[in-house]
Design a protein around this ligand. Structure first.
Ligand SMILES: Cc1cc2nc3c(=O)[nH]c(=O)nc-3n(C[C@H](O)[C@H](O)[C@H](O)COP(=O)(O)OP(=O)(O)OC[C@H]3O[C@@H](n4cnc5c(N)ncnc54)[C@H](O)[C@@H]3O)c2cc1C
Length: 420
């Protein structure tokens, strides 16, 4: 595909979702900073700027120019917004992170009519990773977005319907089927489903955090922003692998990268190979026993207050880039209205972990116990990070996606026997 051109000003908050989507979708683009050296603008944008409308724009390879584009418009132009092609699927999969992509590839390759629904970009958390170094088969590592894009291509090859920028919001189970309403108003019917909706980053819950969102405050590793961190001091909150990877990546661009971590060491939360990197790269500094207490700035983030819990000192530090890579909350709000049992933190409980849980005996209708990845609703499976006691790794999410498909086959055979 030829490259797109993105026009705008570096700090425009509406550009972050576009850059993030393009980066995670492995779409190459050229960047034109309209505050930098004067450039010849394409017709349409020229007139808008001459009239004082400082709007961003995207020029597509076919010559079309879209002013103030939304992510949905970009996906539309790329031909990625599609409609379901079946009235009913054998399996519907929610979430196109490693677990959902893997499930889709295995399901469709084994002849199941498969639909994969993703509310953002393909790749999930893994798609935001600059370099995955511990996934088997890639000794040099592989960018998370590239890995996901390969899986997307593979899923399409086997005939998966991928519904991008669509969100499952409500599920009802009857007639040996799951009926799901999407936020778009579309409805999907499938004989079985796999929930692979993963987790998303927690917030710090500081005053003004929402106001600075995309204006200096970002959730996740923000690989698309590295270029815009050149010669800046960047702060990353979190001591897990995602924070460590982000620190290593940003260190190649930023003047200095600070990791803000609550504990006094990294060993408990960070893989050994990343501990070695972040403690030896000269422009990475770890702020141990530290938490961000406050944010400051006029329009955009200009500074953060950091508390050191060991000596009780509070320091204001100037920065325009804060990446929050802490913890995770499972995306299971939709399950609240179903009889799918979750733990107090919202994780989906599956298989043997269900037995003996409050409410399970009352809702489980079958004589057999739930299969290993089956939730408390027969035929509704969970895979990857969204599942209670999952391992939170790309490889395990991929493995569970594949395993869930095997269990879907077993479940469908059971229903066929029952209804024939
Ligand atoms: C920056 C970063 C670096 C990492 N690096 C590594 C690494 O090097 N090695 C490693 O093994 N692991 C790594 N991990 C962890 C790994 O990426 C996760 O364990 C893995 O992505 C989990 O996959 P998943 O498919 O279960 O969920 P996710 O990746 O969280 O994907 C879930 C998907 O579901 C979508 N979704 C949510 N709700 C809905 C809904 N209602 N409808 C439709 N779609 C929905 C989300 O948008 C998302 O795309 C990293 C994570 C991060 C964030």
């Amino acid at each position: 595909m030829n490259r797109l051109t993105l026009f705008g000003t570096a700090d425009a908050p509406e550009l972050y979702p576009l850059r993030d989507f393009l980066q995670r979708s492995v779409v190459q683009y050229d960047w034109v900073d309209l505050d930098a050296a004067p450039v010849a603008l394409p017709a349409g944008l020229r007139e808008a700027w001459a009239a004082g409308h400082r709007v961003p724009a995207i020029a597509f390879p076919d010559g079309q120019l879209v002013l103030s584009p939304t992510v949905e418009e970009v996906a539309q132009h790329l031909g990625w917004i599609t409609k379901p092609t079946s009235q009913e699927y054998d399996v519907s999969i929610y979430g196109a992170g490693p677990a959902g992509l893997s499930a889709a590839v295995y399901a469709a390759s084994e002849g199941l009519r498969t639909v994969l629904v993703e509310r953002e970009a393909v790749g999930g958390q893994a798609g935001t990773s600059s370099l995955i170094e511990n996934y088997m088969g890639f000794p040099e590592g592989i960018g998370g977005a590239e890995l996901a894009e390969r899986a997307r291509q593979q899923a399409l090859k086997f005939g998966v319907d991928i519904l991008l920028l669509r969100e499952g919001i409500k599920g009802t189970f009857y007639d040996h089927r799951i009926h799901v309403e999407l936020a778009s108003g579309d409805k999907l019917v499938a004989r079985a489903n796999i929930c692979a909706t993963g987790v998303e980053y927690a917030k710090l819950h500081l005053p003004d955090e929402a106001r600075f969102f995309n204006q200096g405050v970002y959730y996740g590793a923000g690989a698309s922003e590295a270029f815009f961190c050149q010669n800046k001091d960047v702060y990353i909150v979190g001591g897990g692998n995602s924070a460590g990877q982000a620190a290593v990546y940003f260190a190649g661009f930023a003047r200095r990268v600070y990791m803000v971590i609550r504990k006094g060491n990294l060993a408990a939360t960070l893989s050994d190979y990343l501990v070695k990197r972040v403690t030896t790269i000269p422009n990475i500094e770890i702020l141990y026993y530290s938490t961000v207490q406050a944010l400051a700035g006029e329009q955009a983030l200009e500074g953060i207050k950091v508390l050191n819990s060991q000596d009780g000192t509070e320091t204001w530090r100037a920065t325009s880039k804060l990446f929050i890579c802490i913890g995770g909350q499972p995306n299971t709000h939709w399950a609240a209205e179903t009889s799918i049992i979750r733990d107090p933190n919202g994780y989906l409980i599956t298989g043997p972990d269900l037995v003996g849980r409050p409410g399970f005996a009352e809702c489980w209708p079958l004589a057999r116990p739930p299969y290993h990845l089956e939730t408390s609703v027969p035929g509704s499976f969970a895979a990857g990070d969204v599942r209670l006691n999952s391992v939170k790794r790309v490889a395990s999410a991929v493995g569970e996606g594949a395993m869930a498909v095997t269990l879907v086959h077993k479940y469908l055979a059971e229903v066929d026997k029952l209804t024939s």
